[in-house]
Design a binder for this molecule. Structure first.
Ligand code: R5P
Length: 290
């Protein structure tokens, strides 16, 4: 079994290959004069783990080209971050269900798909092949332990992320809660933990995605006003668009950390071991022997 990856998922793929005790296949990339992408790999295997996050349109095209180049029905696709997943419904007439369009395109040419903290589990049914989702809640919990915080409060930025915050908190038996927005007047909004008090506590805001960082930056300012000692932000997918990292650090957040599903300077958590665990479990050869 070999691993192959797109350019933007090289570090995760290399870490994954190490855990799987295999190597990453080399790919040569170039472009046609009109800008279209071209790639070639010379080390084809009949069972390859393809790793590629859809972080932008180029990464999506590269992933489709790699799937086609590898050309074996035994190949499995690891989709650490699935861009376009937030448009998972037709909210208004005439819109696409983008998550479905991307899921269907990526299902052609692979036997199974593994996603990581996919935005909405319902998206899994859009893939044309069996798809499973793993969570990095445990790994985020392990990272938080390295911060040696005294009795931290794990906070979800909204009620929708509460189950994730609960899962993270369970790894260290920490308190957890979610932020609630209360409109004080026409212009004034207050964000505070729904049940618990942030005063004198270290708070870790956890979420699946940090995109613009807008919600967390506002929350951090308010948590400090409520007396929080430190505020940290930890997410799975660091989309960090439009200067989000700078905005978050300027809001007083002590550190912003994400995993390597999107490779960033602040990717301090690796998805490699969780992905490897699922791959080993679903290895058809290994399962035959057992
Ligand atoms: C929303 O559904 C996601 O889970 C994140 O909470 C959201 O994408 C974060 O967005 P932003 O960083 O732009 O506030």
């Amino acid at each position: 079994m070999k691993v192959i990856c797109t350019e933007k998922s090289q570090i995760l793929a290399t870490n994954l290959a190490k855990v799987l005790k295999t190597t990453v296949t080399e790919v040569k990339y170039s472009r046609f004069p009109d800008g279209e992408q071209y790639l070639i790999t010379r080390e084809l295997d009949d069972e390859t783990i393809i790793v590629g996050s859809v972080v932008d349109n180029d990464a999506l095209v590269q992933l489709l080209l790699i799937i086609d180049a590898c050309d074996s029905s035994k190949n499995r696709l690891v989709l650490p971050y699935m861009g376009y997943a937030r448009q998972d419904k037709r909210f208004r007439q005439g819109e696409p269900v983008s998550a479905r369009a991307i899921a269907q395109a990526l299902s052609r040419g692979v036997s199974e798909i593994i996603t990581v903290n996919i935005h909405e589990k319902e998206i899994l049914r859009y893939f044309g092949v069996p798809a499973r989702n793993i969570t990095l809640a445990y790994d985020i919990g392990s990272y938080i332990k390295t911060l040696n915080l005294d009795n931290p409060l794990i906070l979800a930025p909204d009620e929708g992320a509460l189950a994730f915050a609960e899962h993270v908190a369970s790894t260290g038996r920490w308190d957890f809660d979610h932020l609630e927005k209360n409109r004080l007047s026409g212009v004034e909004v207050r964000m505070a933990p729904k049940q618990l008090c942030a005063a004198s506590r270290s708070v870790v805001i956890v979420d699946d995605i940090i995109s613009t960082g807008g919600t967390i930056a506002t929350a951090s300012g308010m948590l400090y006003q409520q007396g929080a000692k430190d505020v940290f932000a930890v997410c799975v997918h660091g989309v960090l668009t439009g200067g989000a990292y700078v905005r978050l650090m300027a809001s007083g957040i002590r550190d912003v950390v994400c995993s390597d599903t999107i490779e960033r300077g602040c990717s301090k958590i690796s998805a490699a071991s969780q992905i490897a665990r699922v791959i080993k479990k679903s290895d058809p050869e290994k399962n035959k022997k057992e």
